[in-house]
Ligand binder design. Structure first.
Ligand SMILES: Cc1cc2nc3c(=O)[nH]c(=O)nc-3n(C[C@H](O)[C@H](O)[C@H](O)COP(=O)(O)O)c2cc1C
Length: 314
């Protein structure tokens, strides 16, 4: 079955990768404002959604200003994922299936990257899902389970035939976790093997690397994960660099306070706001002292005070 709903044409080439504990609605909205062409929710369990789990329902909160936005679902129970996708297809522009998570608590249930062990299983998963919803269904995969069983090209082709509207691929194996380097040669092989858009992913932390990977691999889009944590401005920098060959530095404190306003608007729980505050100050000069103060904060007011006590306003 070919996909019945096409992947949208995005306004830019840089996409915010799904990240658990990071890509909440406030952070996504800010990345979108700074030029992310598409954003993803963190991975959400299909089963938890249909059971009405409060934490999972919070993860799928969204706002029209962040469109286009993808929801990323995971689960070993296809029927639950299909039902969750049905409930969410009004709200989200894309339904993505996580076939890449290497965490033990996920793979022991047969979900995430464990699905790569049975490429035909991924195909029937996608087939069922894309038949059940009217929005484009995509997959995010890794290159394989380990170096001896790299099967990304096979999985991508099967997924495309089963109805996937795009393939996102992180160039590492399940076994690698986050160690070693992303293999962009395999990402290029996937791009060359399928006709649907391919979103490459792995180790892109600067506009220069972004352009190099784009040129070398020919992928349609690139997803940024760690490079965007506490750094939504990277999307502006990438877009500027692709257009003009240059970019400017941003003000992390100012960006954090923009995030803070959005976090209040969307009622992001305090512990997440505090984590984001630590993230935004990570690479700042003298940031260690500020982070030490931020780590001791207990309330939003404390956070504001901690920022106020430093000379980090730039
Ligand atoms: C904190 C964190 C949380 C993540 N959560 C998810 C997730 O929910 N779903 C997913 O598909 N990948 C998740 N990933 C993987 C990233 O989306 C991405 O594939 C990986 O980090 C490689 O990209 P990078 O080199 O740009 O960081 C996560 C990564 C990080 C660092």
């Amino acid at each position: 079955m070919k996909h019945k709903s096409q992947f949208p044409t995005l306004e830019g080439r840089a996409v915010l990768s799904p990240m658990s504990g990071v890509t909440d609605v406030a952070f996504r909205a800010l990345c979108r404002k700074y030029g992310a062409a598409l954003t993803y929710t963190e991975f959400v369990s299909g089963t938890a959604i249909i059971r009405g789990n409060v934490q999972s329902l919070r993860m799928i909160k969204t706002d029209p200003i962040e469109k286009p936005v993808a929801v990323q679902l995971f689960g070993a129970n296809v029927d639950d994922v299909v039902e969750a996708a049905r409930r969410m297809e009004e709200t989200f522009d894309i339904i993505d299936v996580n076939c890449g998570c290497p965490a033990w608590k996920v793979i022991k249930t047969g979900a995430g990257s464990e699905l790569l062990k049975k490429p035909q299983g991924i195909a029937s998963f996608i087939n069922k899902l894309s038949s059940a919803v009217n929005k484009p269904v995509t997959v995010k995969i890794r290159i394989g389970i380990d170096d001896q069983s790299i099967n990304a090209v096979e999985v991508a082709k099967l997924a495309e035939d089963a109805g996937a509207a795009a393939i996102a691929i992180h160039g590492r194996t399940q076994k690698q976790g986050y160690s070693g380097q992303a293999n962009w040669d395999i990402i290029k092989q996937v791009k060359d093997a399928v006709n649907v858009p391919v979103i490459g992913n792995g180790d892109v932390f600067s506009p220069e690397t972004f352009k190099m990977r784009l040129d070398q691999s020919g992928v349609d889009y690139i997803m940024i994960a760690r490079g965007a944590i506490g750094n939504p401005f990277i999307f502006t920098q990438i877009n500027d660099f692709l257009k003009d060959g240059k970019y400017v530095q941003g003000n992390r404190v100012k960006q954090f306070f923009e995030f803070f306003e959005l976090a209040k608007k969307y009622k992001i729980p305090y512990p997440s706001i505090q984590t984001h505050a630590m993230n935004f100050t990570k690479t700042m000069k003298g940031g260690a002292q500020l982070r030490e103060a931020l780590s001791r904060c207990k309330t939003e007011e404390d956070l504001i005070m901690a920022f106020g006590k430093t000379n980090m306003g730039e």
